[in-house]
Design a protein around this ligand. Structure first.
Ligand SMILES: [Zn+2]
Length: 187
């Protein structure tokens, strides 16, 4: 079924039914992808499909259920090798992928990595804070496999997440480097 992907975000927020709060079948527009040419991380701006479509029979809106894997249209350019991409194959092209017994888990972008870490570490306060800001995150957490919070997986997973988060995006000045330079040239 064709889905109108050009609806403004504000519009869909406005008519977003509360009972479907956590039943979203969508992805964020900013996706951290992996370049198929050189393997580096590259920012992908995805076309975000509408989560609900008008139901002619009832006159209301119904949730569109779609798989969270497969092709994702959009646009991205690798900052390292210049490769241009207009389609991702998810989750194969995910930059943030973490090994877990029973299958890898992945995250859409750094915000999702952050909430994933909070979940695994059992930081309920941070988890709630992040989810309040972005309802996609709650939905993301609710779909993670149970093994994510199993104690024996915890340390390995947190280490993998921290390793991935330390990665600094290419071509973007990092605050702490700037600070370091200031200190170095100070006195
Ligand atoms: Zn590349």
């Amino acid at each position: 079924m064709a889905v109108d992907t050009h609806m403004h975000r504000g519009q869909y927020r406005f008519r977003y039914p509360l009972e479907y709060r956590y039943a979203l079948f969508s992805w964020p527009s900013a996706i951290s992808a992996k370049c198929n040419g050189c393997g580096s991380e590259f920012p992908f701006s995805a076309v975000v499909p509408d989560t609900h479509v008008k139901d002619e029979e009832s006159g209301g809106y119904r949730l569109v259920e779609r798989p969270m894997s497969g092709p994702i249209p959009g646009r991205g350019t690798c900052l390292k090798c210049g490769r241009v991409s207009s389609m991702l194959s998810w989750p194969n092209d995910a930059h943030f992928r973490f090994p877990l017994s029973g299958g890898d888990i992945w995250a859409w972008n750094e915000e999702h990595v952050q909430v994933l870490r909070a979940k695994v570490a059992g930081d309920r306060v941070l988890e709630r804070k992040l989810c309040e800001r972005n309802h996609h995150l709650h939905y993301y957490l609710s779909r993670l496999p149970k093994q994510v919070v199993v104690k024996r997986n915890r340390m390995r997973l947190i280490r993998a997440i921290d390793r991935a988060s330390r990665h600094e995006p290419l071509g973007k000045p990092v605050a702490k480097n700037h600070h370091g330079k200031l200190l170095g040239t100070g006195a």
